[in-house]
Design a protein around this ligand. Structure first.
Ligand code: AMP
Length: 117
């Protein structure tokens, strides 16, 4: 799937929109959420434009696993292991997805409740 010209995350990947990037490699980019919901709120995003979880194909399995690997690396860099962190994927508007380009939310630095809101 090529870049979507209307997708804000594709624009960040293409450096057409600025972002506070904390990690970038061939397959993924991670940047700070512009509207943080916790003291740590980082988004891990594949460079491939995949709109939602249901659009993932068998060929994307390694890429999706890579997102977790990047999240783990950022969590280690930010020293989050001790107090824990939450990783969230909102899928579909009913679950709160507002950007149709899959991403992991990495959240930490405050208490989190369960069940989630
Ligand atoms: P979701 O609602 O799960 O689709 O998450 C989308 C997230 O992207 C939200 O937490 C937004 O605050 C965040 N977001 C939207 N635009 C930007 C941007 N330009 N830079 C950084 N984060 C953004």
């Amino acid at each position: 799937m090529s870049a979507d010209p209307n997708c804000i995350f594709c624009k960040i990947i293409e450096k057409k929109t600025p972002a506070s990037v904390v990690h970038e490699d061939e397959h993924a980019i991670a940047f700070e959420d512009v509207n943080p919901q916790a003291p740590v709120h980082t988004l891990i995003v594949p460079k491939k434009h995949i709109p939602d979880i249901h659009s993932i194909t068998v060929a994307d399995r390694e890429l999706v696993g890579h997102l977790f690997f990047v999240a783990r690396k950022i969590a280690a860099q930010k020293g989050l292991e001790k107090n824990g962190y939450r990783m969230v994927i909102n899928n579909g508007p009913g679950a709160g997805q507002t950007v149709l380009h899959i991403h992991l939310h990495l959240l930490s630095g405050r208490a989190f409740h369960w069940p989630p809101g």
